[in-house]
Design a protein around this ligand. Structure first.
Ligand SMILES: [Zn+2]
Length: 496
């Protein structure tokens, strides 16, 4: 190529480039016009969820379909479950009929026979024979079935009154565990921490109920341990341990565990919380707490302790601070064993406002509670934001029982503080509280939480894991169970 021809080539190429540039500009203008005129401005499309999350979203609004999904989904554990409240009325009635128990027809309650039998009362069997009406009335007395709140008799009254009508022979301890475990096994629940009261009404209360406490925990501890309670304590603990041995053996026998006909409850790990009653005299509450500490040391199946009965009761309110101080003393002197506490199961109007300001605070800061049951009145606590911060830092979980709070306190939906806890980063567990009395189960509570608070699959999966993460199991045992839960979730999620 000569220079002139090169020059001509450059000129022609530049002209061509100019022409190309012109074409390009025309095309750009056209495409700009087309995009401005013809294409509507659209939001970026959300990617539809697939797999298990897609299935969850598909069924979320449909109660029946969501129930099926949740029942099949693995659930870590139910950490707030009172054994006597877990039993359905039909079981209480059947056991009473089989065991020769009596019916007090004046107050509609199952009662124990004395040495002469039922005396003026009819036996349960004779009273209920061919009497469906009476059977129905008894079921309704022992539960919330068909209950409608009315003047002078609230859901709170009906709820706690049911426990006054229940009674069963000691051997039924194992039957009760079998009932609760089977119900859990059928819903793919891995673990139960059952609250149960031992050695209190027939043993510790008669021994110490008349003793006066000074309010100083050290002095009162010494007085109790110097009394006949102190000398009987090793025997009381040994008997309680034996009761658990027998009950677990009966549960295994009833559920045919270890055979090829094993029922679903066999695969559920069961542990206990020693359940103390806060409406008794301070001497009995303290003595039972001492017993609980010794039982936890002696029996690894008893993994913690809890204080129960209506928190708004006169004595429970009067002695609240004393109970917290007693638990603090035992934690410091007898060892740092696990404490979970019903705290803040209150609401404005149920009690004087001053009672709403400190229960959760003292439960976690003085009694060293590692989990809080209900915690409904959290926003009424003095400086509740600092309290939430403390709970988050300490990894203190809250056991939420939606149906129970609805029935007992009338708190549900926007009034329930579940969102306050979640926003503060507090771990949540869902629990039944008293599934037999409320006639629900844990799957029902999951469904309720999802629909009432618009939870996602990821939220509910976290809640399921929390049922094990915040269990009072020793860490190595917990790690094994968490691995098993991973595996079960993998299997469940692979179905979709
Ligand atoms: Zn409870």
């Amino acid at each position: 190529m000569t220079y002139p021809s090169f020059k001509r080539y450059v000129i022609v190429k530049n002209l061509k480039n100019l022409k190309n540039l012109k074409n390009l500009l025309i095309m750009m203008s056209l495409s700009l016009i087309v995009s401005c005129v013809q294409l509507p401005k659209t939001e970026p499309e959300t990617v539809p969820k697939i797999g298990v999350e897609g299935q969850f979203e598909k069924v979320k609004a449909n109660h029946i379909a969501l129930r099926q999904f949740i029942q099949a989904m693995p659930k870590g554990g139910d950490l707030h479950n009172h054994l006597s409240g877990a039993v359905y009325a039909e079981s209480w009635i059947r056991w009473a009929e089989e065991d020769g128990m009596c019916l007090n027809s004046k107050i509609l309650a199952i009662q124990y026979p004395d040495a002469d039998g039922c005396g003026d009362m009819a036996t349960m069997q004779s009273a209920l024979k061919d009497n469906q009406k009476l059977r129905n009335e008894l079921i309704e007395k022992l539960s919330l079935r068909d209950y409608v709140p009315h003047t002078g008799w609230s859901g709170h009254d009906q709820f706690f009154d049911t426990f006054m009508s229940m009674a069963a022979m000691p051997i039924r301890f194992g039957d009760m565990i079998a009932d609760a475990a089977n119900l859990a096994g059928r819903q793919n629940i891995e673990y139960l921490e059952l609250m149960h009261t031992q050695a209190l009404f027939g043993t510790i209360l008669p021994m110490v109920g008349g003793m006066t406490m000074t309010g100083d925990s050290e002095t009162d501890y010494k007085a109790l341990m110097d009394s006949k309670f102190g000398s009987a304590l090793p025997t009381i603990v040994a008997e309680a341990k034996l009761e658990i041995d027998q009950a677990m053996a009966r549960k295994n026998e009833l559920l045919k565990c270890g055979t090829d006909r094993a029922e679903p409850g066999c695969k559920v790990k069961v542990r206990f919380l020693s359940q103390n009653v806060r409406t008794l005299p301070p001497s009995a509450v303290f003595a039972h707490a001492i017993f609980s500490w010794h039982l936890m040391k002696k029996d690894s199946r008893v993994v913690g302790t809890n204080l129960v009965a209506p928190e708004d009761d006169y004595i429970a309110l009067r002695d609240y601070k004393q109970h917290m101080a007693q638990l603090n003393y035992l934690y410091k002197t007898l060892g740092e064993w696990n404490v979970a506490l019903h705290a803040g199961e209150l609401w404005l109007g149920l009690v004087h406002p001053k009672e709403l300001r400190f229960h959760i605070t003292e439960a976690v800061m003085i009694a060293n509670a590692k989990r809080i049951g209900h915690g409904t009145d959290i926003v009424f606590e003095t400086d509740y934001k600092s309290l939430l911060k403390y709970m988050k830092e300490q990894g203190i979980a809250v056991e939420i029982s939606l149906t129970s709070s609805d029935i007992i306190l009338g708190i549900k939906g926007a009034k329930h503080p579940i969102t306050v806890y979640r926003d503060a980063g507090i771990p949540i567990t869902l629990s039944t509280d008293d599934e037999g009395v409320s006639r629900i189960d844990l799957s029902y509570e999951y469904v309720r939480a999802i629909q009432e608070f618009d939870l996602s699959y990821s939220d509910i999966k976290d809640i399921s894991y929390n049922g094990l993460k915040y269990a009072f199991l020793p860490e190595p045992e917990k790690a094994v169970m968490l691995k098993s839960l991973d595996k079960r979730f993998l299997e469940f999620e692979n179905r979709f």
